[in-house]
Structure formats: structure tokens, C-alpha cells
Design a protein around this ligand. Structure first.
Ligand code: NAD
Length: 496
């Protein structure tokens, strides 16, 4: 496969040495180590990322604590006004932010615009904090003349650690709610694509958030450990792989923190024989290959139930093969590269492993070349005749590889999903209301799609996840986030 793209304008070819944003100022890093950040489409270096030390994390925490009293005493309506300003700034810089997401992460420009839009929507929802944060009360609730009420109060300093696949959006699942409720915040973006959040910090500064309220510290594992161990951080929001989510959950809890930790996924798309196949196929293709399969809600196993299988595998393969792969800044490109060379190797390895396990490579993305670009491309790949016990059907690949499985009946599909250690998302395509209802009722996954291939909750709903896909109880976004970032306090009052 050779797919060509034209050369495209980038916002900037190189972003130099990245710096931390702490206490309202850009701080020259004291990092002992640096990582090279590359553009996944070109393979070229576009920034150097400092690996911030424990001391640098501590300085950020001290600055955040210094800002906390005054921020907490700022009325919710005034706190909200900063978010209105930020929203306008993000709209003004919408296109540049989206283009930098493409340059650093590799997704297509339309996917990047979708991501930045989702981030803005979280700002819009958090700006409603005066209503969202209200408590409740009951006159005579504790007896005649004794009133009882609940208040929601911020806890102090929170930190957010995010994965590479949504370099802007995931941080916005957390921080607008943390800060709107009166906490201060430390962002630790993925070291693989941290440039977009660095640009966001400049907008945060322009939006007038007081120094120390929102901070950014670059780094990787050691920086995360310094956050998890810090005694003055009240809680941590994390999203990443299940392996790391589990570690983060345990380590943060061990030092007395609140934790919400999203993990990996292996999402199943079930196609029933009564589904409208022509409509379903394009939806399945965009679920499996959108963001090059690097979405935690991406379809990864496509299950054809009964007689639908033969038609489904043929139409799915034809549609996947037609996707245009290239540099995402080209508006006509439908799928970009994966994040890194190492990740490309891992995805290619999984395809080979599937073959060895007995799967048939019905569409092979391994030999792809994109003319003019030396990036980390893997074409859309389909492994057919996959059995549920194969590793490619059970383990997260996180690339443009779909495993196609055939089962006899609806119950087999539900059993296959529920046997997975993951529980992020699951979708059914059907025209039968009973099957749709049973699916919703029985399937153990936090985000359910009924004729929707990417069941991504809007900002005013919690982002779900069960089993190894989520550790904690209160989820990111919406009212869940408001509760996560606040402590409830009960006041009982008697005036005599
Ligand atoms: P990752 O787990 O490698 O990294 C996530 C974050 O953890 C990064 O900021 C990284 O610096 C840090 N980190 C990595 N290893 C660490 C360690 N040993 N100790 C402490 N910190 C560490 O994940 P990734 O590769 O960046 O992202 C892809 C993963 O994220 C996939 O598994 C995907 O399914 C998952 N994801 C889940 C959701 C969700 O909502 N559940 C959303 C997006 C992505």
C-alpha cells in the first residue's frame, strides 16, 4: 500500500526545550534528564521534554498551597468567570491548538478538532459551578427547630496525570472541575506529546487565573511517583494503561489520597443479524480506525452474530481498505500514524502473534508506506477467524487492528464481553429493542453504545469504566467530578 499526501503547514516546526509553568511563571527546568518528543507522521524531533525532579514537584505543590486560601475564598461566580474567558481564548486559538495536537500526537485534523471541542465543552460545563456545587438542607431536619445542611468544600491541591492519546481532552476531564470547585491544580501531561498542554497553559495565564492556581510539571514515571508520594497533594486523577492505573491507585491511596484512575480497554462491537449492515459498517470502521485505533473507546473486537458474519467481514474489509492514511494535517487523510516507533513495533508484533495463533490476516497494514513521510504508520488491519481465547482477542493492542470473531447467538456475545478483564465500552448494532435492552442490562462495561460505535459521554455525563478499565468510584467529568474534588460537610444548627 502506498498512499501519498501533500506537504503541509505546521504551526511551528520545533518547540525547543519545554518548560514548567509554576506559580504563574515559566520556570527553566532543573531536570536531570530530557526526552525527545517527535512528530509521529514525520519521525522528526519537535521538542525536548524535561523530566522534572521531586524538588520541582514540591515547588509546584508549595506554590499551589500558597494560592489556595485566596482561591478558595474567591466566590464561585468569580471563579467561573475565568472559565468564560478561557473558553473565548480557546475558541480564538481553536485551529492552532488542533493543529498542534496533530503535529504532536498524530491523529487527523478533524479528530484533533473534535478533541479540542470536547475540552472546551468541559470548560463550559465547569463554568456552571455556582449551580453544580450547591449543597442541600432540610429545615427541622434534625428535630424541631434544628436545621441540617450539606456543604461541598474544596480539599486543597490535586494533580492530573494523562495518557498520550488525547493530549488536551483528558486533562480537561479533570482540571476545570477541580479548579472551579476551589482547589489548585498540577497538570502532568504525557511525556510523549506534551506540547498542546504547554500551549493551553499560556491561555490559562491570559485568562487571569491567579498565580499558583493552575500549574504544569513535565515528566514521566519519576515525576508521577513524586506526585503520588507528596504528602500535601489531596488527590490524583489519572488516565492511562491498566497496569499503571493499578499502580497509581495503590500508591496514591497508600499516602492517603483520593484517586480516580482510568485504565486500558478491549472494546467489543456486536453486530446482530437484524442490524442495518450498510449503516453499521462505516460506524464500525470509524470506531476501529479513528485515531489509528488509539482511543480508549475504539472498537477492537468485531463480533458477527449468526448469519451476519459472512456479509459483515466482506463489507468491513472493503471499507477499511479504502481509508486514506497519511499526515493528519492533510484534510483528506482519514487515518494518521501511531504515536511512536516503539508502539508501531508493538502493534506489528501483535499482528504477527495473531497470525501464529491461527488468525487469518484479511487486511494487512504492515507493509504500508506513506510517500514523503517517515513516520510511524500502520495501515488498517483485520484479523479474521479469531477465537475468543486468542491473545489478540483479549489483550489491548491500541492500534489500527480489528479482530473479527463469529459467534452463534446473542448470549455468546454477552459472555465474550463479560469474560474480559476490561470494561470500558461495548456496542451493539441491532434493530431489536429487546436485544438492545438486554445488552444494556447485562453487559459489564462503563460506556454502552446502542448503534453507536464510540460511546463517548458528553461533558455533563460521567466518563464510565468498570473492572480493570477504572479504579475508584467517582468518574471524570460532570457531577461525578464535582463530588470527587469536594468534601461534603454536614452542619446541624439550633438557635436558642
Ligand atoms: P501509560 O499508562 O503508559 O501512561 C499514562 C501516564 O502515566 C503518562 O503520563 C506517563 O508518564 C505515566 N506513567 C507511565 N508509566 C508509569 C509508571 N510506571 N509509573 C508512574 N507513571 C507512569 O499510558 P499511555 O500509553 O500514555 O496511554 C494509553 C493507555 O491509556 C491505553 O491503555 C488506553 O486504553 C488508556 N486510556 C484510557 C482511557 C480511559 O478513559 N479509561 C482514556 C484514554 C486512554
Amino acid at each position: 500500500m502506498v498512499r501519498a499526501t501533500t506537504l503541509l503547514p505546521e504551526v511551528k516546526p520545533h518547540y525547543g526545550d519545554l518548560t514548567n509553568y509554576v506559580g504563574g511563571a515559566w520556570r527553566p527546568p532543573e531536570a536531570t534528564g530530557w526526552l525527545e518528543d517527535t512528530n509521529p507522521a514525520t519521525g522528526r524531533a519537535i521538542a525536548r521534554v524535561p523530566l522534572s525532579t521531586k524538588d520541582e514537584v514540591d515547588v509546584a505543590v508549595q506554590e499551589a498551597l500558597r494560592a489556595w486560601d485566596a482561591w478558595r475564598e474567591t466566590p464561585p461566580l468569580d471563579r467561573a468567570r475565568h472559565f468564560f474567558t478561557l473558553r473565548d481564548l480557546m475558541e480564538r486559538h481553536f485551529e492552532d491548538l488542533s493543529r498542534v495536537v496533530v503535529q504532536d500526537m498524530g491523529k487527523t485534523i478533524d479528530e484533533a478538532r473534535g478533541e479540542v471541542r470536547r475540552a472546551i465543552e468541559n470548560v463550559e460545563v465547569a463554568a456552571g459551578i455556582p449551580s453544580l456545587m450547591m449543597g442541600y438542607n432540610l429545615e427541622d431536619g434534625a428535630g424541631a427547630g434544628i436545621d441540617e445542611e450539606v456543604l461541598y468544600q474544596p480539599l486543597g491541591v490535586f494533580a492530573g496525570i494523562s495518557p498520550f492519546n488525547f493530549p488536551v481532552m483528558v486533562q480537561f476531564w479533570f482540571w476545570p472541575y477541580a479548579v472551579a470547585t476551589g482547589n489548585c491544580w498540577i497538570t502532568k501531561p504525557s511525556e510523549q506529546d506534551p506540547i498542546p498542554m504547554q500551549l493551553v497553559m499560556d491561555l490559562v495565564r491570559q485568562a487571569g487565573f491567579p498565580p499558583g492556581v493552575v500549574n504544569l510539571v513535565h515528566g514521566a514515571k519519576e515525576t508521577v511517583n513524586a506526585i503520588l508520594d507528596h504528602p500535601r497533594i489531596a488527590g490524583v486523577s489519572f488516565v492511562g494503561s491498566s497496569e499503571v492505573a493499578k499502580l497509581v491507585y495503590a500508591k496514591a491511596a497508600a499516602s492517603g489520597k483520593r484517586v480516580q484512575a482510568g485504565g486500558g480497554a478491549k472494546n467489543v462491537l456486536v453486530v446482530m443479524p437484524d442490524a442495518k449492515l450498510d449503516k453499521v459498517v462505516s460506524n464500525v470502521v470509524s470506531s476501529c480506525y479513528g485515531c489509528a485505533g488509539e482511543r480508549c473507546l475504539a472498537g477492537s473486537v468485531v463480533v458477527g452474530v449468526g448469519e451476519v458474519h459472512a456479509d459483515l467481514r466482506r463489507k468491513f474489509s472493503n471499507a477499511a481498505e479504502a481509508l486514506k492514511v497519511g499526515y493528519g494535517l492533510d484534510e483528506t487523510v482519514q487515518m494518521g500514524p501511531v504515536i511512536s516507533d516503539a508502539h508501531r513495533e508493538r502493534v506489528v508484533d501483535f499482528i504477527g502473534r495473531g497470525e501464529k495463533e491461527g488468525a487469518r490476516v484479511a487486511l494487512d497494514g504492515r507493509p504500508i508506506r506513506v510517500s514523503g513521510y517517515d513516520g510511524y504508520f500502520v495501515g488498517p488491519t483485520i484479523l479474521d477467524d479469531v477465537r475468543p481465547d486468542m491473545r489478540v482477542a483479549r489483550e489491548e493492542i491500541f492500534g489500527p487492528v480489528a479482530s473479527v470473531v463469529s459467534v452463534d447467538a446473542f448470549d455468546d456475545a454477552v459472555d465474550l464481553i463479560n469474560a474480559s478483564p476490561y470494561g470500558n465500552a461495548a456496542t451493539i448494532y441491532t434493530t431489536n429493542g429487546k436485544h438492545a435492552r438486554d445488552f444494556r442490562y447485562r453487559v459489564r462495561a462503563g460506556n454502552i453504545g446502542i448503534n453507536v460505535g464510540v460511546a463517548a459521554p458528553m461533558a455533563y455525563f460521567p466518563f464510565g469504566g468498570m473492572k480493570d478499565s477504572f479504579f475508584g468510584d467517582l468518574h471524570p467529568q460532570s457531577r461525578d467530578a464535582v463530588r470527587f474534588f469536594t468534601e461534603s460537610k454536614v452542619v446541624i444548627t439550633r438557635w436558642v
